[in-house]
Structures are given as C-alpha cells and as structure tokens.
Design a protein around this ligand. Structure first.
Ligand SMILES: Cc1cc2nc3c(=O)[nH]c(=O)nc-3n(C[C@H](O)[C@H](O)[C@H](O)COP(=O)(O)OP(=O)(O)OC[C@H]3O[C@@H](n4cnc5c(N)ncnc54)[C@H](O)[C@@H]3O)c2cc1C
Length: 408
C-alpha cells in the first residue's frame, strides 16, 4: 500500500488518503535548514502522522479540526515556535514557522488553520501593547485560544479600504456593527483580529484593527459553516456584530487609524506563507504521483515510462526547485527586514499558479483515479484553487508589482 492508493494488486482501488511515501523523492535543499530545523520538521511531521492522518476522514466530514489537536500542537511548541519566550514561546526565527507550513503541505493538508492563527499572533507581537501581548500570546502559543483574522465582508474583499464594519467609540468602549465572511477558523475563534472603521468617513486612515475576544460576547454571532470546493476540514464562517461592545483596550496598539498600515506591514509574511504552502503541496503532489506512475501500467509499460510523463514530471520538479530558491531568498530578506510587498506578491502569485499547474498535471497522470475522492491528488487539486484567491487575489498581486514598475 503506497501513498497514491495503488496497492499493486487491485491496480488503483485502494483507499488513498493515508500518505506514506513509498520512497523519498528528491526535494528542494533549503540551505538555511540546520539540524535544529530538521529536528523540528520531524516533530511536526510525526505530529501529523500520529494525530491528523488517523482522523482525516472524520474531520473532513465534520468540517473542522477539533480543539484538542490545537492543544497538542501547542504542547509540542508548534504554535509558539516564533513567539518570544517572555510570552511562552520558543523565541525562534520565522524559519521554524516556515518548517511548520512546509510539513503541513507535505502531509497533504491545508485544512488546519494554523497559518491564520500564526499570522494573527504576529500582528499582536508586532503592534500590540505589552498588556495585549501578555494577555493573548501565551494562550495562542498553548492552543488554549484559536485566532482568526476578519477582513473580508460580503460587500468587499479586494478593496479593503471599503470595509463597512464600524467600531465607534462610546465612553470607554467601542461599539461594533457589521458582518464578515469567508473567515478561516471563524467558528472556532476565541480571538478575532477584526478590521473595522473607527472613522467611517475616511478610507485607509479610518481603518483600525481590534482584538476581539469572542467568548460570551453579546451581539456577536457565528453564521453557518460555509461549504466549499476544497479545504473541507477548515472551519470557514460568516460572522456578525450587532452593537457588540468591547473595551477601548481592544484596539491593537494604542492609536486609531493605524489598521491599514499594520495590514500592509504584515501581509508580506502572510503571502510568503502562502508561497511555502504552495511549494509543499506541490511536493506532496509530486510524491503521490511518482508512486502512482511507477506502479500503474498501460500498453504493457509503466505510466512512468511514457516520455510525456517523464517530461511533465521533469518540468514540475524544475518548477518546484525554482520556487523553493525564490521563497528561500524572500525568507532571508524577511529575516533582514528587507522583504518588499512586491517580492512577497511575486512569491504569492507565482507560487500559487505553479501549485495549480503542477497539481493539474499530476492529476492528469492519475487518469480517472485522479478524479476520485479517495485519491489524495483530487483533494490537493480542490484545495489548491483557493490559494490564487485568498491572501489577496493573484490579480491584486500583479497590480502591486506593476504599481512599483510604474513609479517615477
Ligand atoms: C476558503 C477561503 C478562506 C478565506 N479566509 C479568509 C480569512 O481568514 N480572513 C479574511 O478576511 N478573508 C478570507 N478570505 C477572503 C479572501 O481573502 C477574499 O475572497 C479575497 O480577498 C477576494 O475578495 P472577494 O472574494 O471579495 O473578491 P472581489 O474583490 O470581489 O474580486 C472579484 C474578482 O475581481 C478581481 N479584482 C478585484 N479588484 C481588482 C483590481 N483592482 N484589478 C484587477 N482585478 C480585480 C479579483 O481578482 C477577482 O478575480 C477567504 C476566502 C476563501 C475562499
């Protein structure tokens, strides 16, 4: 029994969502990886094998990864690897988070919303007051709390400056009204990084971010869990706010109107994460496809023996190596505080486009079995599509790059 579900005897009728590679395939050599990174990667990989893989089917049907899984990840240091030790983390560099996202993708999963949780945590670390960091970071590190980021609304996604959710000062509270949609971890979130207008008459300068604790919050409601093309284990929800009152200390940082600036500062990290997830999902697709084409026979030979197969896989492997080199360059720049929004946009659009192209070719090489749900490649195919949409659509990414080219 191998990763792609081909069991040799039945020529492709075995269930397939367990992903244990028959043999390691050549994968990018991330030069920044030390023994410590590799040990951490093994921890994350083992965690996936032991805790996610046996439950995959159930959690896919449930449409959510349970809290217990988050707590276990917290216990292993996966959630808090890059949070400073003062807030309960391990105080390591962003490379360790990259390891987590690479291992998640290699495990063929994009349903667990750990990336959004991580991004939310880094907003608080970057812009929060000491009191906010001490109040929230330890709980995010331990997995006691789950975080979400609520930007998108039914009426606006790409045009963030047009958000209509308001947070208006009233005495020593903000009163929040509005709704959000497509929110990853939305139904589970204990903490929301909420994008709202504290000055509804302004566009970007009217935007602030608020840290909203959702438990027992009057006027706050989570709508139905949204049914999606892919990422079925991910809890994606609509949220609504009807005169929700939060203390003024919910404002991220200490100055109103900083939200747009804060978003622009953090989005490069989010986009680099999407790039790494693209890379790792592509690696996973290659691995299950290599297993498949080496076993499947047609016209008396292995599918691997057709020149078309060999060339398609050679092309895909080349793209994976190129993507890895570019992402690693971006990660090094991020570490030095030099990653520009334009480069992060390149990593996001090109990475996700490569992922969709590679997975499409890999599915094709599975023939009809690739279209069957019990084959992991079909899940990878469905999961991949949204990568070109969230985190800023790929059209918006190209706008960011072009705007820079058009600057005098
Ligand atoms: C599974 C999933 C999870 C998500 N998770 C989150 C989350 O956790 N938090 C969150 O806040 N949001 C989340 N989103 C929302 C996501 O970020 C938005 O869907 C995305 O930003 C696009 O916004 P929109 O859907 O309103 O599309 P629109 O902005 O309406 O865009 C529609 C089309 O028009 C194009 N377009 C728009 N403006 C331009 C332009 N200036 N130039 C060229 N083309 C343009 C777009 O590229 C797109 O093709 C998620 C979405 C999905 C599907």
């Amino acid at each position: 029994m191998v990763a792609s579900g081909i069991d040799g005897e039945s020529q492709g009728h075995a269930p397939a969502n367990a992903i244990t590679p028959a043999k390691e395939t050549p994968m990018p050599n991330h030069l920044w990886m030390t023994e410590d990174h590799r040990a951490f990667a093994e921890t994350v990989a083992r965690f996936y094998t032991e805790e996610m893989q046996p439950n995959r089917e159930k959690w896919t049907a449930d449409g959510v990864v349970p809290r217990d899984f988050w707590r276990k990840a917290g216990d292993l240091g996966i959630l808090g690897a890059t949070a400073p030790e003062a807030y309960g983390g391990l105080g390591l560099s962003r490379h360790f988070d990259a390891v987590t996202f690479i291992e998640q993708g290699k495990a063929g999963d994009s349903g667990w919303g750990v990336s959004v949780h991580n991004i939310a945590m880094h907003y608080i670390l970057a812009f929060g007051t000491e009191a906010q960091k001490h109040a929230w970071i330890p709980k995010l590190v331990s997995g006691e709390h789950i975080a979400a980021i609520a930007m998108t609304e039914p009426g606006t996604g790409s045009d963030l400056q047009a958000v209509r959710t308001t947070a208006i000062k009233d005495g020593n509270e903000y009163v929040i009204n509005g709704s959000k949609t497509f929110i990853t971890n939305g139904g589970s979130a204990d903490i929301l990084l909420l994008v709202a207008k504290t000055d509804p008459k302004s566009r970007s300068k009217g935007i602030s971010l608020l840290i909203v604790e959702t438990n027992d919050l009057a006027g706050y409601a989570v709508g139905k869990r949204l049914k999606k093309l892919g990422m079925k284990r991910n809890d994606t929800a609509e949220l609504s706010f009807d005169n929700v009152r939060v203390p003024l200390t919910a404002l991220l940082g200490s100055e109103e109107g900083q939200g747009f600036y804060q978003l622009m500062k953090q989005l490069p990290w989010e986009r680099l994460i999407v790039g790494y997830m693209s890379l790792a999902a592509s690696e996973c697709a290659m691995r299950v496809t290599l297993d498949y084409v080496k076993e499947r026979k047609a016209f008396g030979q292995r599918v691997m023996d057709f020149q078309n197969t060999r060339f398609k896989l050679a092309e895909a492997q080349t793209k994976i190596e190129l993507l890895a080199a570019f992402l690693d360059q971006c990660l090094a720049e991020l570490d030095l505080g030099q990653l520009t929004p334009e480069k992060a946009a390149m990593a996001k659009w090109w990475g996700t486009q490569m992922q969709c192209d590679i997975i499409d070719e890999c599915l094709q090489l599975h023939g009809g079995y690739g279209y069957m749900s019990e084959y992991l490649i079909s899940e990878l195919y469905a999961d991949a599509r949204v990568q070109k949409i969230y985190g800023g659509t790929n059209e918006i990414m190209k706008e960011i790059i072009a705007r820079d080219l058009d600057r005098d």
